[in-house]
Design a protein around this ligand. Structure first.
Ligand SMILES: Cc1ncc(COP(=O)(O)O)c(C=O)c1O
Ligand SMILES: N[C@@H](CCCC[NH3+])C(=O)O
Length: 417
């Protein structure tokens, strides 16, 4: 099911035409579908069936507080990587006791903030971090719930920049030393060992690497039990891929069935998922206008008002996302293979290359699958204000983040006296 559909050759987001949104709010803008967020979240929330589970949505994928609030209302937990993300969750009405805190460099200040709020668990990524958490917890006279993020040395078969579970990646603690790190944790004050965690990468389109990692975690859980360390949860991270082009990733329920089948002897372990992309990517689009059409010999460019500062994925990962017109032309406008490029002064500033499109100056285009790692990775490079975000809900549309102003670009900056 898709909530971004053509009706009479006009693209709609749920029941609102994208042209209306562009006219109302201007371009560029991100447009999200509430119904899609809800559907994707519920697919995960119901995926593990009768095995106890918690979906901790990865806030980094799309951290707008309206998005977090929609998920919090459905009972979501959250996977965060900074104090800022945790503050967003709280502001959005999320429950601190359903928050897991990932990331390789948690500061003492961030640890204290999360401890005082009473988060569910710290996913610990190094021995030094374990010791820091213990110290902060003792200072505050609190117990820190922890799990070790294990690096299982598994090839996630995804883009090297978003692969996180190989020993050459900076993430987690090598599985071969995990037992001794747990024993060290058990000897430190202020720590309460509650789980084990791993996250091997993002945009995985097969279940095999997940299951290989899971098998390694289960072997570790057995070892820990023999050593007298009992866990209450198993966090298998995020990473389930989505369809950008013709990928066919497993549905969350198919993925969860394969996972829970291996957990028949581990029914007591709560299963935690940390999906980001699978919930957010196809819940959003990026709307842009063609500023100019340009032809250099046999090369056609559509120069649009979205830059790599607004949408970094194509430049950073050579990521491919569909580009489609808001209004399908039924006139004689010729189709050419366009490089759809932005206004930023970088050769790598493009949304897509070689896209067959029938275009005229002023046309509106949409880049699909932009709801995850779109706005959250945007910047002010080239002193470009960040764009507006809009949430569609049936026939309603709501501005959920204002377009930044020019003045906001130098807010906080000071000229010398
Ligand atoms: C620890 C952790 N959990 C969850 C996620 C979410 O990943 P994805 O958006 O691929 O589901 C990430 C990002 O890759 C991550 O680093
Ligand atoms: N930012 C990446 C995903 C990275 C996930 C972070 N652990 C993307 O756009 O595909």
């Amino acid at each position: 099911m898709d909530f971004f559909n053509y009706k009479n050759n006009q693209l709609f987001a749920e029941d609102v035409s994208v042209a209306t949104i562009a006219q109302h709010y201007g371009t560029p803008c991100y447009v999200y579908s509430r119904a899609t967020f809800e559907r994707h979240y519920l697919a995960f929330a119901n995926a593990a069936q009768d095995h106890k589970s918690l979906v901790c949505y990865a806030v980094k994928a799309n951290s707008n507080i309206a998005v977090l609030n929609i998920l919090a209302r459905l009972g979501a937990g959250f996977d965060i990587v900074s104090k800022g993300e945790l503050a967003r969750v709280i502001k959005a009405g999320g429950a601190a006791n359903k928050v897991v805190f990932s990331g390789v460099a948690k500061t003492a200040d961030e640890i204290a903030y999360a401890l005082e709020l009473g988060i569910k668990c710290f996913n610990v990524e190094s021995i030094s971090e374990l010791e820091r958490i213990s110290e902060v917890a003792c200072e505050l006279n609190l117990d820190a719930p922890i799990s070790i993020r294990v690096n299982p040395d598994i090839d996630a078969k995804t883009h090297p920049y978003i692969s996180t579970g190989l020993k050459e990646n900076k993430f987690g603690i090598g599985i071969e030393t995990a037992l001794s790190v747990y024993q060290h944790a058990a000897s430190l004050p202020g720590l309460n060992i509650v789980g084990v965690d791993c996250h091997i990468g993002s945009q995985l389109t097969q279940t095999k690497p997940f299951l290989e990692a899971l098998d390694k975690l289960l072997a570790l859980i057995d070892e820990l039990k023999n050593a007298g360390i009992e866990l209450s949860h198993l966090d298998i991270g995020g990473g389930l891929g989505v369809t950008y082009d013709d990928e066919q990733p497993p549905h969350p329920s198919e993925y969860a069935v394969q996972v829970t089948q291996r957990l028949t002897n581990y029914r007591h372990l709560e299963l935690i998922f940390e999906p980001g992309r699978a919930i957010a990517a196809n819940a959003g689009i990026l709307v842009t206008q063609v500023e100019f059409i340009k032809q250099n010999q046999d090369k056609y460019f559509a120069i649009v008002d979205v830059g790599m500062n607004d949408m970094l994925r194509p430049s950073l990962y050579q990521a491919w996302q569909k580009i489609i017109p808001v209004s399908v032309r039924d006139d004689e406008t010729p189709t050419h293979n366009y490089d759809v490029v932005g206004p930023v002064c970088e050769t790598g500033d493009f949304l897509g290359k070689d896209r067959p499109l029938a275009l005229k100056q002023g046309d509106l285009l949409v880049q699909r699958s932009a709801g995850a790692y779109g706005f959250t990775m945007s910047s002010n490079y080239n002193s470009r204000p960040r764009v507006a975000e809009i949430m569609v809900d049936g026939e309603q549309h709501h501005l959920i983040r204002e377009r930044e102003t020019i003045e906001s670009l130098y807010q906080g900056e000071k000229i010398l006296p």
